[in-house]
Design a protein. Structure first.
Length: 266
């Protein structure tokens, strides 16, 4: 088991150049549309839009697939579970050996899985293309977030690759001492829990030292705090937000036009 943090991309890509808050806002709009719709048409259209946006994000598709495969596996597993173990099988019967499934139940299960994958992909595209320093500056400049919160969040994000390295180091140290689970899944879970606890202790110690160092350098002082890299929200950023809103509305309109739209709270 490994922890992969960084998703290498091209900072000159069209989506990567957009304002951090615009990317987060666009992702939030798409997530909202995916969350509200429980039919299969709306999330399928929005997932296609997100996949089409991958080349403009500067992220390498194979690298993105390697890092995001657990999300895809989770979406597939949830879709299968919601289909096979549904309370009632609705619609025309589909026989898969001894299992009998209803068409409407299969579509409902697929809708759940596609929604999860779409929500996850929207978050990955937004967060993986944001430079943490730019996000901290945007929080302070535009949202007027407390500098202590913004700088603390920036320091936490900067420490994530260090945690991944520490996770690997703990694994190598245990393997050097002969502590391995082999093919025993129970032993693997027990060793993983101990490894996570060791990582948590190391993260708390490192965070405490970092907090003391930042306070000693005046990072916790709010008066007279300025932004070294001010950045305006330009027309292209508003177009990104408008495009996300248009995609959500268009997908919903198409689903309503086909008569398949179902609201989550409806």
């Amino acid at each position: 088991m490994t922890i992969a943090i960084a998703v290498l991309g091209n900072p000159a890509a069209a989506l990567a150049r957009r304002h951090p808050l615009a990317k987060l806002g666009a992702a939030a709009l798409l997530m909202l549309a995916l969350f509200l719709a429980v039919d299969v048409v709306t999330p399928l259209i929005l997932l296609a839009v997100l996949i089409a946006a991958v080349p403009f994000s500067g992220l390498r598709p194979l690298t993105l697939l390697r890092r995001a495969w657990p999300l895809l596996a989770a979406g597939l597993a949830i879709a299968i579970l919601n289909t096979v173990f549904a309370a009632h099988q609705d619609g025309a019967a589909i026989r898969l050996g001894p299992v009998v499934l209803g068409v409407n139940t299969v579509l409902a299960g697929a809708a759940v899985g596609i929604r999860i994958v779409g929500i996850a992909l929207a978050g990955v595209l937004a967060l993986a293309t944001i430079e943490p320093t730019d996000l901290a500056d945007a929080l302070v400049q535009h949202l007027h977030a407390p500098p202590r919160f913004a700088l603390g969040a920036l320091a936490a994000v900067r420490m994530l690759p260090g945690l991944a390295d520490e996770w690997r180091l703990i694994g190598h140290a245990r393997r050097a001492r002969g502590v391995e689970a082999g093919w025993n899944p129970v032993a693997a879970l027990r060793l993983a829990a101990g490894r996570l606890f060791a990582l948590l202790v190391a993260a708390i110690r490192r965070g405490t030292r970092l907090a003391l160092a930042m306070d000693a350098r005046g990072f916790g002082e709010r008066p007279c705090r300025t932004v070294a890299r001010p950045r305006a929200v330009v027309r292209a950023d508003w177009l990104l937000l408008g495009g996300a809103l248009l995609a959500g509305v268009a997908a919903t309109a198409v689903s309503i036009g086909l008569g398949s739209y179902r609201l989550l709270f409806g």
